[in-house]
Design a protein around this ligand. Structure first.
Ligand SMILES: NC(=O)c1ccc[n+]([C@@H]2O[C@H](COP(=O)([O-])OP(=O)(O)OC[C@H]3O[C@@H](n4cnc5c(N)ncnc54)[C@H](O)[C@@H]3O)[C@@H](O)[C@H]2O)c1
Ligand SMILES: O=C(O)[C@H](O)COP(=O)(O)O
Length: 387
């Protein structure tokens, strides 16, 4: 029986996929596998029995990836599963950044007792007038699952779209509209665009990418949308840029005490992926990833271990090994199995950065003794008997 702990509310459409070999655990430290959305895992002690964490969503900055990898804990995310939800809120946000819909609605609410409200509206509506997005230039930074959908949709709405992503995947490049202009540098986006929307992960290189130096390169009155992560922006610099008129509007999905209530900032309570469709898609993908890993040892969509897939085991035994990506590991595994006079009819080994993963299919059922011998090899982080 596998024990699953949820650190956030996860859509039941996904949880219902667990068979009767699974049960929900109330405590993190009892779990074989964990499902999480944005809750932080950084301060939690990682229990030795924990095998995997699945992030039902895209961003994994709430999970200590290397610390998990060191303990042989595979971390998954659900690429693209909530991208349409984000695309739709970005479209809405471009429009609310262009027309003072919120200001107007709030003002009308404040007039609700006035019997002449209809007349008042016609007299005062010009205060809330705005501009259209058609024909304006939009810069999309990061052309992954979300960025590609955003860029393509806004081309269809008549914007001139510039895309920047030096690491774009082949799939994303195939899916990107041919009408998206290929920006060769961030400076080109900053120099050209009336609107900038950012869709990159939070990493050491993207952290604080919006700061006073980069604002200085942008057009006056540029409107900036942040549906990626709070820490991409230096808030004090953003507030100064809004005050000076350099930035016309800042729409962020990540409210914090500095930006909440500041004129020109529209704060949304992290709603990008909060649609029933995105929540279901993420939960389904995350649960399938965990089940595949726990039951077959296969890794699909991991962010700290290599993807590695041998299908369902058709041999007598299967052993899965999480280990360091260092020389001489595979020969030690095969020698250990050979010493027991067991044949290995199939195997796979993949690496990602400092970490690697090996699946050995063997012609006898795996035994705890054999698993223990492999565990004792220097550089091995975790060994699991799958069959
Ligand atoms: N607000 C929300 O609810 C919500 C929902 C989904 C994702 N997100 C955030 O948006 C981010 C992107 O999501 P996604 O699903 O598109 O992820 P993704 O991994 O599919 O795409 C990220 C893209 O960013 C690119 N990139 C990385 N560093 C870059 C850089 N320095 N400059 C330009 N491009 C760079 C990558 O090459 C990749 O193509 C996530 O990491 C997450 O933080 C937020
Ligand atoms: O990275 C993501 O997928 C989003 O920020 C969504 O986060 P959530 O699942 O907590 O809404």
């Amino acid at each position: 029986m596998y024990k699953i702990n949820c650190l956030n509310k996860i859509s039941p459409v996904g949880l219902d996929l667990f068979t009767d070999h699974y049960e929900m655990a109330d405590q993190f430290n009892e779990a074989d596998a964990v499902l999480v959305r944005s809750s932080s895992v950084h301060d939690l002690e990682l229990p030795p029995a924990l095998e995997a964490i699945a992030r039902a969503g895209a961003g994994v900055n709430n999970i200590p990836l290397d610390k998990c990898a060191e303990k042989g804990i595979v971390v998954f995310n659900t690429p693209g599963a909530n991208a349409n939800g984000v695309k739709e809120i970005v479209i809405a946000s471009l429009i609310i950044a262009s027309r003072d819909i919120f200001g107007g609605v709030n003002w009308v609410d404040s007039c609700k007792q006035d019997p002449e409200v209809a007349k008042l509206v016609e007299k005062n509506k010009s205060k809330f007038a705005g501009t259209e997005i058609k024909g304006k230039k939009l810069g999309v930074i990061g052309l992954g699952a979300v960025g590609v959908l955003v860029a393509n949709a806004l081309i269809k709405l008549g914007m001139e779209v510039y895309g920047f992503d030096p690491y774009i995947s082949v799939d994303a490049a195939w899916n990107l509209s041919k009408f998206v202009k290929h920006a060769k540098s961030l400076e080109e986006i900053y120099r050209e665009c009336d609107y900038i929307t950012v869709h990159v992960p939070l990493t050491d290189t993207t952290k604080a990418m919006f700061n006073k130096e980069t604002f200085a390169l942008m057009k006056d009155g540029v409107k900036i949308l942040n549906f990626s992560r709070d820490a991409l922006v230096i808030d004090d610099d953003m507030i100064a840029a809004l005050k000076s008129g350099k930035v016309g509007r800042y729409v962020t999905d990540f409210p914090n005490p500095k930006v909440c209530g500041v004129e020109g900032v529209i704060t949304i309570p992290h709603l990008g992926a909060s649609t029933s469709e995105s929540e279901d898609n993420c939960a389904i993908m995350a649960v399938r990833e965990l089940m595949e890993y726990l039951e077959n040892g296969n890794i699909r969509n991991s962010v700290n271990y290599p993807n590695c897939d041998m299908g369902v085991c058709t041999h007598a035994g299967r052993i899965a090994i999480n280990h360091r990506n260092i020389p001489n590991m595979i020969s030690q595994f095969t020698a250990t199995v050979a010493k027991e006079n067991i044949n290995i009819p199939d195997m796979i080994n993949k690496s990602k950065g400092q970490f690697a993963y090996t699946i050995l299919d063997i012609e006898s059922p795996s035994t705890p003794e054999l698993a223990q011998k492999i565990r004792e090899i220097d550089g091995v982080l975790k060994v699991r008997i799958i069959k």
